[in-house]
Design a protein around this ligand. Sequence first.
Ligand SMILES: Nc1ncnc2c1ncn2[C@@H]1O[C@H](COP(=O)(O)OP(=O)(O)OP(=O)(O)O)[C@@H](O)[C@H]1O
Ligand SMILES: Nc1ncnc2c1ncn2[C@@H]1O[C@H](COP(=O)(O)OP(=O)(O)OP(=O)(O)O)[C@@H](O)[C@H]1O
Ligand SMILES: [Mg+2]
Ligand SMILES: [Mg+2]
Lengths: 227, 227
Amino acid sequence: LVELVDVQRHYQQGDELVRALDGVNLQIEAGEYVAIVGASGSGTSTMMNVLGALDRPTSGTYTLDGTEVSQLGDAALSAVRNRAIGFVFQSFHLLPRLDAVGNVELPLGYAGVPRADRRVRALSALQRVGLSDRTTHTPSQLSGGQQHRVAIARALVTEPRILLADEPTGALDSDTTQQILGLLAGLNAAGMTLIVVTHDTEVAARARRVVRIKDGRIVSDGPSATA
Amino acid sequence: LVELVDVQRHYQQGDELVRALDGVNLQIEAGEYVAIVGASGSGTSTMMNVLGALDRPTSGTYTLDGTEVSQLGDAALSAVRNRAIGFVFQSFHLLPRLDAVGNVELPLGYAGVPRADRRVRALSALQRVGLSDRTTHTPSQLSGGQQHRVAIARALVTEPRILLADEPTGALDSDTTQQILGLLAGLNAAGMTLIVVTHDTEVAARARRVVRIKDGRIVSDGPSATA
Ligand SMILES: Nc1ncnc2c1ncn2[C@@H]1O[C@H](COP(=O)(O)OP(=O)(O)OP(=O)(O)O)[C@@H](O)[C@H]1O
Ligand SMILES: Nc1ncnc2c1ncn2[C@@H]1O[C@H](COP(=O)(O)OP(=O)(O)OP(=O)(O)O)[C@@H](O)[C@H]1O
Ligand SMILES: [Mg+2]
Ligand SMILES: [Mg+2]
């Protein structure tokens, strides 16, 4: 379903070249549950941005469901992202002037879902992350973990084939973390492909495969301890 | 050193009253190392904002080093914050147009520290959080954990008497977390008062006292398991 071949992502920083990704080869089948683990600065978010078609590699290819993503124009890329991919960003990227339900409805709007259906589905997604009593709060009226859960709900509301989650439990206490992990496990059992960056060994343990990244390269790729 | 008496912090949300803090009484002595633990939405950040003099309670008093903070005007409050308190925000609040060293120098500028000294001290703070090779990167050119560490360095650069850290290791892998916890332990041993909100039991274990918050109230307050 997802294939990265020899992916490089470089940044020129003054006279220094930062190799955020330095030759990444990765294949993920539909329905897998993969944890991506790496130290701070190792390249995990950069890899997620390439997988989410939000960033183009400096070199190498990204093939999603048979289509080479680098060949797509912006409009086609946007449509692919909206239909196939749900993304939980490490820094959430909620719209400050929309309340929780407004933020969660947004991808449904882009997908052309009728207004009444958008609201019902957004409220249902918020209920699944435990935020039914915060739907009319804007991001600044929400705690860090509540904002995190709005971002998760927004990523799930379109029922994407692939969920890319960059540190989905970073701002959550352990009970809420377990609640979210249970939700994700259920979605994966129902067929959703999950690719999750995490620093939390407990989150990585829930995945069936662990890919370790160091200095922009994959250094190990195998079954998780609990697989 | 720090005393909250009967602190309430309410928000009117339409026809609902949100009691983010619902009668908090807390005393912390100079040199203590306190972890504040609570579920997502329990009121920990709200409490930190009151302690950091960034938010005034709806009712109740906050006394810092003998001065009742609610009596101070904005200028006096600003000066107290700059001199006495270092704050690591849950969402970092870095300035997007300044690079790492520029962000870390900022509180030294407000404190009137001469330009050359500011740079030396900022670079030293960045070195202590392992970011010597990222000093000229702006926040968007940094990973999540690197941004987090810039926020930590900025909070420490003025050598404040009190460090308020709201989830200081949330975006960090375990090795970097240990590095930061070691840094904090050393500063506490040298006399800095540490008040740390955390969801991470490993971080709470490093503190000597744990205060648990639920629904805006303190439900327990005692020695940490490892104290
Ligand atoms: N401006 C506001 N208006 C209305 N409600 C608010 C506002 N700010 C915070 N709240 C509510 O107050 C409660 C406490 O928020 P706070 O940010 O202190 O939680 P927290 O303990 O830091 O949670 P987390 O661990 O998720 O960061 C939350 O339920 C939140 O929704
Ligand atoms: N725009 C940029 N310009 C220069 N360097 C960058 C840029 N974006 C990221 N980097 C660097 O690329 C490296 C990888 O960044 P990335 O965000 O992928 O790390 P990460 O694995 O997600 O880290 P974390 O766990 O801290 O979030 C980092 O060292 C970072 O400083
Ligand atoms: Mg990252
Ligand atoms: Mg908080």
